[in-house]
Design a binder for this molecule. Structure first.
Ligand SMILES: [Zn+2]
Length: 115
């Protein structure tokens, strides 16, 4: 492969190579989520979370969907989780990290229905 052919895979790997972005992706395993949910999950400011989301979106790992005033993010191609699961296995992480549970303090409409 030419050097140029390695650029896109590198962009994808760089997008994945951040703890906050890995945490976000795990939150998106089962379902799309809104920024306010991800902000609550990460215990970070919304500006910070939006920045990480933008990084993932520019690498085309995630895409967004507007619903009224809310923006929901979802993974474009779920095969990214196969890649991540291999990485977690390589570093000896036990099981698949999941971030899909309801968060008690979360103000998003989905957490309300998660009960
Ligand atoms: Zn929530």
């Amino acid at each position: 492969m030419s050097v140029n052919a390695y650029r896109l895979p590198t962009k994808l790997l760089k997008a994945l190579a951040h703890p906050a972005r890995l945490q976000i992706l795990n939150a998106l395993r089962q379902d799309e989520e809104c920024v306010c949910h991800l902000t609550t999950l990460l215990h970070e400011r919304q500006a910070y979370v939006s920045q990480q989301l933008m990084f993932l979106r520019q690498a085309e790992v995630i895409e967004d969907r507007k619903d009224g005033l809310r923006v929901y993010y979802r993974v474009k191609d779920p095969r990214v989780f196969e890649v991540l699961d291999i990485i977690y296995a390589l570093v000896g992480a036990k099981g698949t990290p999941s971030e899909t549970e309801r968060i008690a303090a979360c103000p998003c409409p989905k957490c309300e229905t998660r009960g």
